[in-house]
Design a protein around this ligand. Structure first.
Ligand SMILES: Nc1ncnc2c1ncn2[C@@H]1O[C@H](COP(=O)(O)OP(=O)(O)OP(=O)(O)O)[C@@H](O)[C@H]1O
Ligand SMILES: [Mg+2]
Length: 312
């Protein structure tokens, strides 16, 4: 099948076999993977531990060389530096320099993209405020909690205002407020035209935020599609009625049963534990309204001008 380079990510028959010291194949981590991710989509890559998610991501980013198959990212090969400048990546484990503060870390990454000092400083302050680290911006990241370090990693992935954001388990180590904020961030970025590829083991988070998912197992694609279509139960229908007391509800249920000629079940919708937690925390005044860093709030990718990144 021909590759469609208009897609943000396109792989055909992508393979990765790891070799041992004597160049003998040890693990077939990814076996003939066909994936397509379109512009503006939030795409979830799911699968059990060791199923090949991180390996796939590393091949897309040019960090691992595929054993076989083809791939294009933003229309280019993964080793194309111009394409790399348009990608943001949060690795599964962030390798932050322990002696740098978040402010120094972000300014350093901004400088790698060839930004002026003024632009780098502006983006750094906006990102620190966005990930709620302004208070801790002068402490060394080596002493940060897991969730705080994750926030630095997330800010770092966004410093170049990427068109494609690749997040390997972005919510791992974050508290429910942090998880909610990451999900809000992803949805808001997608609205500005950013394409997001993410992995997560927290399926409720994936369900909340992704448009499409692929499920890998043993390096093989087992299922793929729009979440709404994959999860829909076509042979059942559910009504939601507000403000009925128990008696009225029961009489309506019996009436429906008589009309439909089949059993009608009734239940009471519950809020998610996440919603409940966030309500409780909001009452204590700890939750905050999430706001996108102003420099990221741009028109969709197709309408953008060149940007400030150096074409390395
Ligand atoms: N550098 C490497 N050398 C040898 N084998 C590797 C290497 N990296 C990954 N693997 C193997 O490839 C397989 C897929 O690993 P990968 O990290 O892609 O899984 P994953 O789906 O990201 O899992 P997790 O959910 O635990 O993060 C595993 O069997 C793993 O041991
Ligand atoms: Mg992984």
């Amino acid at each position: 099948m021909a590759m469609d380079t208009k897609n943000v990510i396109e792989t055909r028959g992508l393979k990765k076999t790891f070799l041992d010291f004597w160049r003998r194949p040890t693990v077939e981590a990814v076996k003939s993977l066909d994936l397509t991710v379109r512009q503006g989509e939030v795409f979830g890559l799911l699968g059990p531990n060791g199923s090949g998610k991180s390996t796939t991501i590393k091949m897309l980013l040019g960090l691992l060389h595929p054993t076989g198959g083809e791939l294009r990212v933003l229309g280019a090969r993964p080793d194309d530096m111009r394409a790399k400048a348009r990608i943001g990546y949060l690795p599964e484990v962030s390798h932050l320099h322990p002696f740098l503060t978040p402010r120094e870390t972000l300014r350093y990454y901004a400088s790698l993209f060839g930004m002026t000092r003024v632009e780098a400083a502006k983006r750094t302050e906006e990102l620190l405020a966005m990930v709620d680290l302004a208070q801790a911006s002068d402490r060394a990241v080596g002493r940060f909690s897991k969730g705080m370090a994750r926030r630095v990693g997330l800010a770092q992935a966004l410093v170049n205002a990427p068109e494609l954001l690749v997040l390997d388990e972005p919510t791992s180590g974050l508290d429910p407020i942090g998880c909610r904020e990451v999900k809000d961030l992803v949805r808001i970025l997608a609205k500005t035209g950013v394409t997001v590829l993410m992995t997560s083991h927290l399926l409720a988070d994936v369900e909340d935020v992704c448009d499409r998912v692929a499920i890998l197992d043993g390096g093989v694609l087992r299922a793929e599609g729009k979440i709404a279509e994959l999860l829909r139960q076509p042979d059942a229908v559910r009504f939601l009625i507000e403000g009925l007391d128990d008696e009225a509800a029961e009489s309506l249920r019996l009436e429906l049963e008589a009309r439909a000629g089949r059993r009608v079940r009734q239940d009471y919708p519950a809020m998610s534990l996440e919603t409940f937690f966030l309500q409780v925390v909001a009452k204590e005044g700890r939750a905050r309204d999430f706001a996108l860093a102003p420099f990221l709030a741009r028109p969709a990718a197709g309408q953008r001008e060149g940007g400030t990144c150096a074409e390395a």
